[in-house]
Design a protein around this ligand. Structure first.
Ligand code: NJP
Length: 244
């Protein structure tokens, strides 16, 4: 059997690029996200390239559904816990609590649900890797991002705690923290569907990262020899490199 990698949030952006990258690196990739048509299309494209992929529609905020998904897997060597994102510009002073809760649900609870559900299979694989998609927002703050910054600090905390809990087990925990990545949908969601405002987000940084830049880092981290744990990779566009 080829090693098996699960990617959450694989219907677009970084998750779709990571699925393509892991498939090209020889993994059988199981793509999950809520939009079934999108993950099916990416999986079909991977298979058309002669690589191995399947799609499984999944909302990571639904713990029962995540557990049911985990029960379908014959094994699991890699989990890329990538599903997440920002909703609305959400300053602490004026942000909408419904957005804060939704961001906590997907970024934090989603990462906890998927990691908990797949951990037994990752341990059983004898050489498992969990990649937690956090953010530079997990390590600093930006104005107008109260709920998102808080949620991404949560993903950092999950990675750090998990690494301690897994001491002695054959599972590595990688935290990947990108700066601005031009994935379009991320900014469109953050700006509540306002395409002009979303474009303005990217216009603020010359040459943002691409989804492929981040996917390359995912593939690199998981393909290190089994005794090498890549704790934290921070990737930023050069134009952001001098900030903070
Ligand atoms: O964004 P986007 P990115 N259950 O919107 C999925 C982090 N990040 O690739 O369910 C399951 O293209 C959604 O799928 P769907 C960011 O916080 C980004 O940029 O079909 N899946 C889609 O596949 C996030 O953790 C930047 O709608 C759910 C995916 O999540 C990760 O990178 C900077 C879901 C989002 O893809 C990927 O974001 C940074 C749910 N409940 C960190 N809700 C950046 N772009 O600048 C959403 O530091 N998804």
């Amino acid at each position: 059997h080829p090693p098996l990698a699960v990617v959450t949030g694989a219907s677009s952006g970084i998750g779709a690029a990571s699925a393509r990258g892991l498939a090209a690196a020889g993994y059988h990739v199981v793509l999950t996200a809520r939009r079934a048509d999108r993950i099916e299309a990416v999986a079909a494209e991977i298979r058309a390239a002669g690589q191995s992929a399947a799609a499984y529609p999944l909302d990571v905020t639904d713990r029962a559904a995540v557990n049911a998904f985990a029960a379908t897997l014959p094994r699991c060597d890699v989990l890329v816990a990538n599903a997440g994102g920002a909703l609305g510009a959400d300053p602490v002073a004026t942000g909408d609590p419904a957005d804060w809760l939704a961001m906590y649900q997907v970024n934090v609870m989603g990462t906890l649900h998927t990691t908990q559900a797949l951990l037994p299979a990752l341990v059983a694989s004898g050489a498992g890797t969990v990649v937690v998609m956090s953010s530079t927002a997990a390590h600093t703050a930006y104005e107008g991002g109260g709920g998102y910054v808080a949620a991404k600090h949560g993903t950092h905390a999950i990675a750090a705690t998990l690494r301690l809990e897994l001491s002695g087990e054959p599972v590595r925990v990688v935290e990947l923290a990108p700066g601005m990545v031009k994935t379009d949908e991320f900014a469109v969601n953050r700006m509540r569907g306002d395409a002009a405002k979303a474009a303005a987000v990217y216009a603020g940084v010359e040459k943002p990262l691409t989804a492929e830049d981040v996917a390359d880092a995912v593939v690199w981290a998981v393909t290190r020899p089994a005794h090498v744990n890549v704790d934290l990779l921070v990737l930023r566009p050069l134009a952001q490199a001098a900030q903070h």
